[in-house]
Design a protein around this ligand. Structure first.
Ligand code: ADP
Ligand code: MG
Ligand code: MG
Length: 200
């Protein structure tokens, strides 16, 4: 599995479209176990990313693209999720610096760093019903060259069944059991588009 600059750019534009299509669903989930703004936050952020990518056109390398996406997300998403998604792309920017394509262990390591960045920024761990529940199995599947889409689907089902112990949703306690975590769904939409370009 290989990721090129143009593939990542195209996956991000498709992810922005996915997020737009799921905007209300993301907000409704966040209304149930949060403060009802996740769709709005993500739509604002990814609309800005899409606009930036379309205006910029081709990027020099994966690092420059990731850096611009990270900065845009940090500036525009807001909430708890903005700095977390922003951190993931800032970590990609470091791992992808000067590279126009990455594959194998190098690609898996970049997703490992991004996931660790989210965990460190959020002081969170796998299994707390946050976006980390999607990023972790995705990154593991990538390092094993496994089926990324199957890993995302399984992770979504697993996190849905959990009780939130981190973030705003944790205040809702047992009421979160059986409700999808909005940040897990938005991460699944984003990583799903990356899986799409990687599986080819
Ligand atoms: P806010 O909770 O500030 O309104 P959003 O609604 O945009 O922010 O994002 C909420 C999502 O962010 C959650 O569904 C969860 O997946 C993720 N999240 C929240 N706190 C954390 C954390 N500490 N670590 C990892 N992910 C988190
Ligand atoms: Mg919210
Ligand atoms: Mg909020």
């Amino acid at each position: 599995m290989k990721l090129t600059t143009e593939q990542l750019r195209s996956a991000l534009i498709k992810a922005a479209e996915q997020i737009e299509q799921h905007k209300d669903e993301l907000t409704d989930l966040d209304r149930e176990i949060g403060d009802g703004d996740h769709g709005i936050n993500m739509s604002r952020g990814f609309q800005a990313v899409q606009k930036t990518l379309e205006e910029h056109g081709e990027y020099e390398d994966l690092g420059a693209l990731s850096k611009e996406v990270g900065m845009t997300l940090i500036k525009t998403v807001g909430g708890a999720s903005g700095p977390l998604y922003g951190t993931a792309f800032v970590k990609f920017a470091g791992a992808f610096k000067g590279k126009t394509e990455v594959e194998g262990a190098e690609l898996a390591d970049a997703f490992h760093e991004a996931t660790e960045g989210i965990k460190s920024r959020g002081k969170s761990e796998f299994g707390q019903k946050t976006m980390v529940d999607i990023w972790t199995p995705f990154q593991e599947a990538l390092s094993q060259e496994g089926d990324l889409k199957a890993a995302i689907d399984q992770a979504l089902a697993d996190t849905k069944a959990r009780i939130a112990t981190k973030g705003r949703a944790s205040y809702f306690g047992e009421a979160t059991e059986g409700v999808q975590d909005p940040g897990s769904l938005s991460s699944a939409l984003l990583l799903g588009e990356i899986a799409e370009v990687l599986h080819g």
